[in-house]
Design a protein around this ligand. Structure first.
Ligand code: SF4
Ligand code: SF4
Ligand code: SF4
Ligand code: FES
Length: 377
C-alpha cells in the first residue's frame, strides 16, 4: 500500500509505479501473476499473443499487460470472467493453428491422458517432443482450453531437419515471435525474421534458406526462447521427458566467461544443456559450444587416465606415476639450467582458481615469471 502520487490498483491492491513501467512489471514486482506467452525477458514487448490481457475498469476493450504502461488511477483485474474467457478463446485459436496434438487429443480427460503419457516410451514420435515443458500446454491446462470449435490447421511447410543442432517444426509454431527477438534483440545475430504474409506467415532466415545456409551461428537462443515444440534440440529430441531427467547447475567449461548452465541428465548421460536464465554473466544465453558441444563428456575417445611415452609409445599410467615423472623432470631442468629455462602456458578451459595455482607454482616453485595464457596466443 502506498500514498505515492503514481499508483494503480491491481486486484484491489493499491500499488506505486515509476513512469513508463508496464502493468505487467508493476504486477510482477508485487508478486501478482499475469500469464504471458510472447513476452521475452530482456526484449521489447510485442503484444502479439494477447494471453496477458487484463481488464481495466471503464475501458471498452481488454488491454495487454505486457505492452501497456501503467497510468495513474488505473483499476486492473487480472482474472475477471472477461479476462478468463478471452484467454481461453486465444488458447483455442492457438491450439487450432497447428499440430498441437497433445491438448486436442487429450481434451476429454486431461488427467487420464497425462498419466498415459507418463508411461509412454520417450521415443514415441507421435507425441510432441515438448510435452511436459511447453508453455502453451501449461496454459491450456490452466484455462482448460481444448481447441474449441476450431478446425485444426495443417501447415504446408515441412519440418527442417537439415542441420546437426536444431529441428524447426513449423507445424507447432504459434508465431509468437520470441525466437526472432531472441536472435535479433538478445544475441543480435539477425539471422531470422517473420517472412511471407497472412496465413503463409513463417519464421524464415534470409531468402527462406535453411539455417545451415544462413547467418545463423547456432547459439540456440531461439530454441531456449521458443515456448512450444517448434524449435527443439535435435540430439535431445525423444531422448527423455523432463520428468525423467535431473537438472544439474554448473559452469560451462569452454572459456573464461564462465556461463552458468544446467546439464539435463539421464542415466548419467548429458541429454542437453540450457542456459541458466537467472544467473550472471550470461542470463540464459550461450554460444554454440556451450549449448551443443557437450558430447565430449561421454565420448568413448575421451582420455580418462594420463599417458606416458615409453619406448616411443604412449602407455596408460596412474596419476601418481605421471605427477612424479613431471615433478622429477621439472626439478632436474630447473637444477641444470635454472627456472627461466621453463615456460608455463595456462588455459581458458580451466577455472580461475586453477589458473591462480598455476601462477603460484610457476613463480614460487619454478622461480620464473615465464607464464602466459592461451587467450593471448
Ligand atoms: S507444442 Fe505444446 S501444445 Fe503443441 S503439441 Fe507440443 S506440447 Fe502440446
Ligand atoms: S541459433 Fe542463434 S543465430 Fe541461429 S536463428 Fe537461433 S538465435 Fe539466431
Ligand atoms: S518458432 Fe517458437 S518462438 Fe519462434 S515464433 Fe514459432 S513458436 Fe514462437
Ligand atoms: S505476453 Fe503480452 S501479448 Fe503476449
Amino acid at each position: 500500500m502506498t500514498t505515492n502520487k503514481n499508483y494503480i490498483i491491481i486486484n484491489g491492491n493499491k500499488l506505486s509505479f515509476e513512469q513508463g513501467e508496464t502493468i505487467l512489471n508493476v504486477a510482477r514486482k508485487n508478486s501478482i501473476e499475469i500469464p504471458t506467452l510472447c513476452k521475452l525477458k530482456g526484449a521489447s514487448p510485442t503484444g502479439t499473443c494477447r494471453i496477458c490481457v487484463v481488464e481495466a475498469k471503464g475501458a471498452k476493450e481488454l488491454i495487454t499487460a505486457c505492452s501497456t504502461p501503467a497510468e495513474n488511477g488505473m483499476d486492473i483485474m487480472t482474472e475477471s470472467s472477461n479476462v478468463v474467457s478471452s484467454r481461453k478463446e486465444t488458447l483455442n485459436i492457438l491450439l487450432a493453428s497447428g499440430n498441437h496434438n497433445c491438448a486436442i487429443s487429450g481434451a476429454k480427460d486431461w488427467t487420464r491422458f497425462q498419466l498415459k503419457v507418463c508411461k509412454e516410451e520417450d521415443n514415441n514420435e507421435e507425441l510432441c517432443p515438448s510435452w511436459g515443458e511447453c508453455k502453451l500446454q501449461d496454459l491450456c491446462f490452466r484455462y482448460q482450453a481444448t481447441g474449441g470449435q476450431y478446425q485444426q490447421d495443417r501447415t504446408k511447410y515441412p519440418a527442417e531437419l537439415a542441420n546437426p543442432f536444431i529441428i524447426r517444426d513449423f507445424s507447432r509454431c504459434i508465431l509468437c515471435g520470441r525466437c526472432v527477438q531472441a536472435c535479433n534483440e538478445i544475441q543480435v545475430n539477425e539471422a531470422i525474421n517473420f517472412g511471407y504474409k497472412g496465413a503463409d506467415t513463417k519464421i524464415v532466415a534470409a531468402d527462406d534458406k535453411p539455417l545451415k545456409d544462413s547467418a545463423c551461428v547456432f547459439c540456440g537462443e531461439c530454441v531456449q526462447a521458443c515456448p512450444v515444440g517448434a524449435l527443439v534440440e535435435k540430439e535431445a529430441r525423444y531422448t527423455a521427458r523432463p520428468w525423467k531427467t535431473e537438472k544439474v547447475k554448473t559452469t560451462c567449461t569452454y572459456c573464461g566467461v564462465g556461463c552458468q548452465i544446467f546439464l539435463h541428465i539421464r542415466d548419467n548421460k548429458i541429454i542437453k544443456v540450457t542456459g541458466n536464465a537467472e544467473a550472471a554473466p550470461n542470463y540464459g544465453s550461450l554460444c554454440v559450444k556451450g549449448r551443443f558441444g557437450f558430447d565430449f563428456v561421454n565420448s568413448s575417445e575421451r582420455l580418462v587416465s594420463p599417458l606416458i611415452r615409453k619406448e616411443g609409445e604412449l602407455k596408460e599410467a596412474t596419476w601418481a606415476e605421471a605427477l612424479n615423472l613431471i615433478g622429477n623432470k621439472l626439478s632436474k631442468i630447473k637444477a641444470d639450467y635454472g627456472g627461466d629455462s621453463i615456460g608455463v602456458l595456462t588455459s581458458a578451459r580451466i577455472t580461475n582458481e586453477e589458473n591462480y595455482i598455476a601462477n603460484k607454482f610457476t613463480r614460487a616453485v619454478l622461480n620464473t615469471n615465464n607464464i602466459d595464457h592461451c587467450a593471448r596466443l
